[in-house]
Ligand binder design. Structure first.
Ligand code: PEP
Ligand code: MG
Length: 858
């Protein structure tokens, strides 16, 4: 057991939503140059102490302070990004340096709206500056309440171990110096003498605030010497951000660098030069212009929440509440009640199936599929059956069961799981309505409505009439809820976790909803409405332009054509893809034909599905069909595969097809029937060995001879490191590669792609994954073969420049993403992307890559 002295919990200094540090749009924080911790998107303006300790630094601009705990942990709180430039405007400190503070004590009050308007971002960083004192950081996620929720738990390095690693450079004794520098007498002699550089006048407009300080520290740390920054009689350790901030430098201050140690001369030179250059900031210039928030977000009539779906809308409030569903409490026999329950569960499944048919967007379909699974969840259903067996009516047993399950999730400390509670309630109400014999009415509202509700279920959201509902706010939920995902896929602005005061707005109140900034403005002035309407019009124009340009091919500004195709599951998806500008299908996931049945589909059942997609595309467009990708983690009931200890490393992907040649041949014959209708490509998933490709190709060749369909290209999915590393050999024998970046990330980083706790680390933009992609492209290029990407990263605008810079020529993306990705490609220059790709390949972490890409995208 760890003693409490080895753990430290940090409480939320502000209310808001937690954001991983890696996502902060400032490399200094994202790359953890100032320290490690977490960021918070605030909805309140009272900064509270997350820990007890002493305020060891209050920045002169009052936007940052450091609390040092009794165990010596330095907790740096930095409100917003580039807020130092405000020179203290809008910040009111409530404590002074040297003061002892308790958890939850008010530290700084700041004006959320004006600060948000002027600063680049309000994201507030909670950082541990002396990271060497922390063995493990355990960040929380989701929405947090100031002073109540824990945002970060630290497992501390035991004091005895920390003491041996934290000797201050100032305290370097000659013995220590020689231990560091070697025993050379000359080095040791030099090490004892301080070298001081020339005077440097600080060019940074806001002094050495967090960002330039971090740049300076990272340069100083490259030297063994003790490096100090001097200003008159003041001095600070140049290897400590906290110390540099504490110096409280201002633009124009005269500084000198001093160093003691074996490489003192080089340190003084390098650090002085960096200081003179502005430590990465443009000397003497203002910091980059900020993207101001619209005026509406700054008004006192603005209610704040969390951005769930971006976009802006001007409309009138309609309050929406779920009607209670009454069910019969008196029960017939348990057998009779059980049969009512089974019937309702069956009908609910049918309703969801019908709803699924209305959507082509895979995100929506997946949410509905998750709901279908809930209807079969043993925990939930068994609980209801137990109630029925105890004599309850089907309705009351079901209500008790789903409420218990939803409440259990709702009480968890994990925002994602809490939001799944909403899904259970949604499915629960659907079944309950069937048991009660009432229909779940569609939400009927007038045109131009902005819906306000405590909670909307995914079904409510999916059935919103988008010609009438312009956007919505809920007091519950967050950005990861299914409701938010649905809103994003509709392109409908939405704010979750909105201030409860929104529930009191009268129907018909005129409001401006800003989904991007998570704000609802009520009773706006005419000027505010006009400004918002102009922005709505601009956004609509951009979307229209993207749509209008979607039909033309994507060519970079320097002439490189990139094919943009779609990931689909059926002909309906393919039609939506073509309407959105897809030049073909880069991935037809065929396994959906094989799921949810008792026997494998035969050739006659499969062929129409493939030919229907091919007919939508026609001879001018590419159709890439992936052969069955199941097994291991995705078993089929009718496949006699053994239980495996490591299913992701077992019989999966093409290995299943080769293990079941009859089923494989049937599928190949069915696919080949689409050959006359489109430019048919067939690719094999999860190829790891050249022998697998050869064996699969040989079987395909035999079926081609048998069917007479020879006009087919054959590709390899690059999803396993061995295939990427051996790309050159594979390229000799394949016509094309398609990178399955979801699996390639999983297998390169050895992180289960579905693992909730690893999800943030399993980043396709990790340099190791990018190197695999680079190897794939290099191998293909040597044999004149093309490379596409069909995993999720192809739809990620941040990844697109790197992918094409590495040599990817085809992006197979989700259907809604097609117009925006095409528009983005047209703005890019291949030459710049190539340079960018080479740069990021040299970086060490995914966070560093993301930070660099964020700067590129600016
Ligand atoms: C991938 O792994 O990136 C891929 C496209 O295949 P799936 O996600 O279907 O495994
Ligand atoms: Mg895959």
């Amino acid at each position: 057991m760890r003693s409490p002295a080895d753990r430290l919990e940090l409480f939320a200094p502000l209310s808001g939503v937690l954001v991983p540090l890696e996502s902060v749009p400032d490399p200094v924080f994202a790359q953890k140059m100032v320290g490690d911790g977490i960021s918070l998107d605030p909805t309140s303006g009272d900064l509270l102490a997350p820990v007890a300790g002493t305020v060891t630094l209050l920045h002169q601009a009052h936007h940052a302070l450091t609390i040092t705990t009794e165990h010596g942990i330095e907790v740096l709180l930095h409100i917003g990004i580039d807020t130092g430039v405000l020179g203290g405007d809008g910040f009111r400190p409530k404590v002074s340096q040297g003061e002892r503070v308790e958890i939850g004590q008010l530290l700084i009050n700041f004006d959320v709206d004006p600060v948000a308007r002027t600063a680049r971002s309000l994201l507030t960083q909670i950082l541990i500056a002396n990271v060497e004192r922390v063995a493990r950081f355990v960040p929380a996620t989701g929405i947090v309440v100031a002073g109540q929720s824990v945002v970060l738990t630290l497992e501390l390095v035991p004091t005895w171990a920390a003491d041996s690693t934290t000797a201050s450079p100032l305290e370097l004794t000659p013995t220590l110096i020689s231990a560091v520098a070697g025993n050379d007498a000359a080095v040791e002699a030099a090490a004892r003498h301080a070298l001081t550089g020339d005077e440097v006048r600080l060019p940074n407009l806001s002094g050495l605030h967090a960002r330039p300080a971090a740049v300076l520290v990272s340069a100083a740390k490259k030297f063994k010497s003790d490096v100090r920054l001097l200003r008159g009689a003041d001095e600070a350790n140049a290897k400590s951000v906290v110390a540099l901030l504490g110096l409280g430098t201002r633009c124009g201050d005269v500084l000198r660098v001093s160093a003691v140690g074996p490489d003192a001369s080089a340190a003084v030179q390098k650090v002085s030069a960096l200081l003179a250059e502005g430590c990465g900031e443009q000397a003497g210039e203002a910091l980059p212009p900020t993207a101001p928030l619209p005026a509406l977000a700054t008004s006192a009539r603005a209610l704040a929440g969390v951005s769930a779906s971006p976009g802006l809308a001007v409309g009138r409030v309609i309050q929406y509440r779920h009607a209670a569903i009454e069910v019969a409490e008196s029960a017939e026999t348990p057998a009779r009640e059980r049969s009512k329950l089974d019937g309702a569960l069956h009908d609910a499944r049918g309703q969801i199936e019908a709803l699924k048919g209305q959507f082509t967007d895979p995100a929506k379909v997946q949410i509905l599929e998750a709901h279908q699974e809930l209807l079969e969840d043993p925990d939930l259903v068994d609980l209801a059956i137990a109630g029925v067996n105890q004599g309850k009516s089907a309705g009351s047993a079901w209500r008790a069961a789903f409420s218990a399950c939803a409440n259990r999730l709702g009480a968890l400390d994990n925002a994602l799981l809490r939001e799944r509670g909403n899904d259970i309630r949604d499915v629960g109400r659907r079944v309950l309505a069937l048991l009660a014999g009432v229909s779940q009415a569609q939400i009927v509202v007038p045109e131009g409505s902005i819906l306000i509700a405590e909670e909307l279920t995914p079904s409510d959201t999916a059935s919103l009439d988008r010609s009438r509902v312009l956007g919505f706010c809920t007091t519950t939920g967050g950005a990861t809820s299914h409701v938010a995902i649905l809103a994003r896929s509709f392109g409908m602005p939405a704010v979750c976790g909105i201030d409860q005061a929104a529930l009191a707005l009268a129907d018909g109140t005129l409001v401006v909803l800003d989904g991007s900034h998570g704000v609802l403005q009520h009773a706006p002035t005419e000027a505010e409405i006009a400004a918002a309407q102009q922005r709505v019009a601009r956004q609509a124009t951009r979307r229209r332009e993207e749509m209008a340009g979607a039909a033309s091919t994507a060519v970079t500004s320097d002439g490189q054509r990139i094919e943009v195709v779609a990931n689909v599951r059926n002909a309906q998806d393919a039609r939506a893809a073509v309407a959105n500008g897809a030049e073909g299908v880069g991935l037809l996931r065929s396994e959906f034909l094989f799921d949810d049945r008792d026997t494998a589909p035969d050739e006659e059942e499969q062929a129409p599905a493939y030919t229907a997609v091919a007919e939508v595309l026609g001879r001018q467009r590419t159709l890439v069909v992936r052969t069955l990708d199941v097994g291991g983690d995705k078993p089929l009931p009718y496949l006699p595969l053994p239980r495996e200890d490591n299913p992701f490393l077992g019989l999966r992907g093409v290995r299943v097809s080769l293990d079941q040649p009859a089923m494989f041949r049937t599928q190949l014959r069915a696919i080949l029937r689409a050959a006359p209708l489109a430019r048919l490509h067939i690719m094999f998933p999860m190829i790891a060995l050249l022998e697998e490709l050869r064996e699969a190709r040989a079987i395909l060749a035999e079926e081609q001879v048998a069917t007479g369909h020879h006009d087919v290209r054959v590709g390899v999915m690059i999803e396993v490191p061995s295939a990427a590393v051996m790309a050159e050999q594979f390229a000799r024998e394949a016509d094309f590669f398609s990178i399955g970046s979801n699996d390639l990330t999983q297998y390169t980083l050895a992180m289960d792609r579905g693992h909730a706790r690893l999800a943030r680390k399993a980043d396709a933009l990790h340099p190791a994954v990018l190197k695999m992609i680079a190897l794939t492209c290099d191998g293909a290029r040597r044999h004149g073969k093309w490379v596409g990407v069909c995993g999720g990263m192809a739809s990620d605008a941040m990844a697109v420049p790197v992918l094409i810079g590495l040599g990817v020529e085809e992006l197979s993306v989700s259907v809604p993403a097609i117009p925006a990705i095409k528009a983005q490609l047209k703005r890019l220059s291949l030459a710049e992307c190539r340079q960018l790709a080479q740069e990021v390949l040299e970086l060490g972490t995914a966070a560093e890559v993301r930070a660099r890409l964020a700067v590129f995208a600016d």
